[in-house]
Design a binder for this molecule. Structure first.
Ligand code: ZN
Length: 176
């Protein structure tokens, strides 16, 4: 094997470029999310890329579908309907609660609170206040929104056995 003089040991060139995104791969992406009028809603620009374990429901379904089969270095756009994004809006999730329920906090329109029940925790947004009645909306803020993502695949690697067992990424960008 020929080695350039400055190399002290063989360099193993990993064939990452051909590793397709599929279940049990750890993927990192940069993304920008816009609504259908072009407003930027979220972006990883200037931040650490988003790391996730593919095939475990860690991203919204439309995003995982758009990423399936992609390679490191791919850039693409994907438009995701609410049904495959953060769901459709449900008017039953809008409720009026007495101001006393906020435990001394004076609610204002736009404030968000964590609420919880047997099914888990969720975020409610204050959307109106009339006297002692506060209107809260438990829909996800992006429910009913058509999502326009620009995505760049930064890295694709095999997940470790621990990551697969836990259902999430360890190491950079991950849990623990
Ligand atoms: Zn873990």
């Amino acid at each position: 094997m020929y080695l350039p003089p400055e190399c002290s040991e063989p360099v193993i060139i990993q064939n990452k470029q051909t590793m397709q995104i599929s279940s049990e791969k750890v993927v990192s992406i940069h993304y920008t999310l816009k609504d259908n009028t072009g407003n930027v809603l979220d972006s990883s620009e200037g931040k650490q890329p988003l790391y996730y374990l593919h095939g475990f429901g860690n991203l919204i379904p439309g995003m995982e579908e758009g990423l399936e089969g992609r390679l490191k270095g791919d850039s693409f756009q994907v438009v995701i309907a609410p049904e495959k994004g953060y769901g459709v809006r449900n008017e039953d999730y809008i409720q009026q609660v007495p101001v006393d329920a906020f435990g001394g906090t004076v609610p204002e329109v736009g404030m968000q609170f964590q609420a919880g029940n047997d099914q888990g925790r969720y975020i409610v947004t204050v959307t109106g206040i009339e006297g002692d009645l506060v209107t809260v909306d438990a829909n996800h803020p992006l429910a009913g929104v058509e999502l326009h993502f620009s995505v760049e695949v930064m890295e694709v690697r095999e997940a470790t056995a621990d990551e697969i067992a836990h259902g999430h990424v360890h190491g950079p960008g991950g849990a623990h």
